[in-house]
Design a protein around this ligand. Structure first.
Ligand SMILES: Cc1ncc(COP(=O)(O)O)c(C=O)c1O
Length: 440
């Protein structure tokens, strides 16, 4: 047996395990905008950890809610017995959701939320007598988690590569929305080209597969983990129009965009486009306890509830769907967002954030900067034969200087907690700038 404290046995996700174990970046505490490392150093969290700690770390309301709940009702399931908390969280989430999205199915993660949404979509069509609608349309560079269905509609090649035939065959992908040649250094959404991009759905995908075989289109309103890709104006509107015209469900994966990232509760409201389903996770508890879910339109829920035969309407669920501790954390987070008006923060900081990112234009290696709300990225030219190496070096050097930003290939992603202030943004940009001077 190895000694306590051994790093050997934990197989870390999405990590170069050997590299980490040789020089661990070990976080032992966190408060508000900062991590505390084992040696006492503070590191500024420039990515809300994994795009999720929107209210900041160890916030009192969330901590207290979890503590209280742990001593009151540690666990009760939601399979034919219930407990009050998920009902209340569902009510609060739908209060924030766009008009018409009125019911919530809980999961434990974004990946489960996506697989659940796809199953709801497929089962919905079947209940309506359109059981041929079994194909799902994702998008290149989309990230919808790592479960088989979510990965199948995702479009990040490195995540898919090792899983060849495991991926579902009943999938196709739209082109991504990134166009370095025409739109590098666009501030916010590009003014033009959105509708034409979305027209690919009606001009290529639907003629190829036929609408009668397509269940749903799933996209992130702003792609996050694929490199922070902001759609041109009109893109999501046009997708909505086409889906409606052809009876195809539209799913917005708002696992990153939801809970204030763009200055509205959901990106749907920011863009003025209402999908049929929204997947969420991360920010719903500000990352404190795993929780995810799917918000569905009334007509979808009603289709299940009115289905003939009686009994269980949807044979799906997780042991921990609506877990008491997760729901308590969600209520603490939702209270914190409301009391501190945190969904307004992206609007208040938008100009500083945008100016800070776009000041990198013209700097060595920088080929693009993108932003919307409080999410953005600086894209670096890849090194010949070593895609991602430059981005990773920037991440490591920033960490050494006390700032956490995330490499997504050669993109340096920035997505701070919504409690951040101008001084934090200045520290993030100042550190990236300093580091870029030292990167070959
Ligand atoms: C848009 C989107 N969907 C789904 C997921 C998967 O969420 P999880 O890691 O909680 O399974 C993520 C995670 O980053 C995401 O960004």
């Amino acid at each position: 047996m190895s000694e306590p404290g051994s790093l050997e046995h934990y197989w870390m996700p999405f990590t170069d395990n050997r590299r980490f174990k040789a020089a661990p970046k070990m976080i032992v505490g966190a408060r508000d905008m900062h991590y505390r490392l084992a040696d006492g150093r503070q590191v500024l969290d420039g990515l809300a950890t994994l795009w999720c700690v929107n209210a900041g770390h160890t916030r009192p309301k969330i901590v207290e809610a979890i503590r209280h709940q742990a001593g009151e009702l540690d666990y009760a399931a939601s399979f034919s017995t219930g407990h009050p908390l998920p009902f209340e969280v569902a009510r609060r989430v739908t209060e924030l959701a766009p008009e018409g999205l009125e019911h919530v199915f809980f999961t434990n993660s974004g990946s489960e939320a996506v697989d659940t949404a796809l199953k709801i979509a497929g089962a919905y069509h079947r209940l309506r007598g359109e059981g041929t609608r079994t194909r799902f349309i994702g998008r290149e560079k989309g990230y919808h988690g790592v479960n088989i269905a979510g990965l199948s509609v995702s479009g990040v090649p490195s995540n898919r590569k090792a899983f060849g035939n495991l991926l579902m065959g009943n999938v196709d992908h739209l082109r991504h929305t990134h166009d370095l040649n025409r739109r590098a250094f666009t501030r916010g959404c590009a003014a033009e080209g959105g509708a034409e991009l979305a027209d690919e759905l009606e001009q290529r995908i639907i003629p190829l597969h036929d609408a009668s075989n397509i269940a749903a289109v799933i996209v992130e309103p702003v792609a996050g983990a694929g490199g922070v890709l902001v759609p041109p104006q009109g893109y999501l509107q046009r997708l909505r129009e086409i889906c409606t015209r052809h009876g195809i469900l539209l799913i917005f994966d708002e696992v990153i965009c939801g809970f204030g990232r763009l200055g509205t509760p959901f990106a749907s409201q920011y863009f003025g486009v209402t999908p049929d389903l929204i997947t969420f996770a991360k920010g719903v508890t500000s990352g404190a306890v795993p929780l995810g879910g799917v918000i569905v339109a009334r007509h979808i829920y009603d289709t299940f509830m009115d289905s003939p035969g009686g009994g269980v309407q949807f044979f799906h669920g997780y042991t921990y769907s609506g877990h008491p501790l997760a729901c308590a954390a969600a209520l603490g987070a939702l209270d914190t967002y409301a009391e501190e008006r945190l969904f307004d923060r992206p609007n208040q900081l938008a100009q500083v954030f945008e100016d800070g990112l776009h000041a990198f234009q013209g700097r060595p290696h920088v080929i693009d900067a993108r932003n919307l709300g409080l999410i953005g990225a600086i894209e670096l030219a890849p090194r010949a034969g070593a895609v991602g190496a430059r981005g990773f070096e920037v991440f490591e050097k920033c960490w050494e200087k006390g700032v956490f930003v995330r490499p997504v290939g050669d993109n340096v992603a920035i997505c701070p907690p919504l409690i951040c202030e101008q001084k934090h943004l200045e520290q993030i940009f100042g550190t990236v700038s300093e580091v870029l001077r030292t990167v070959a």
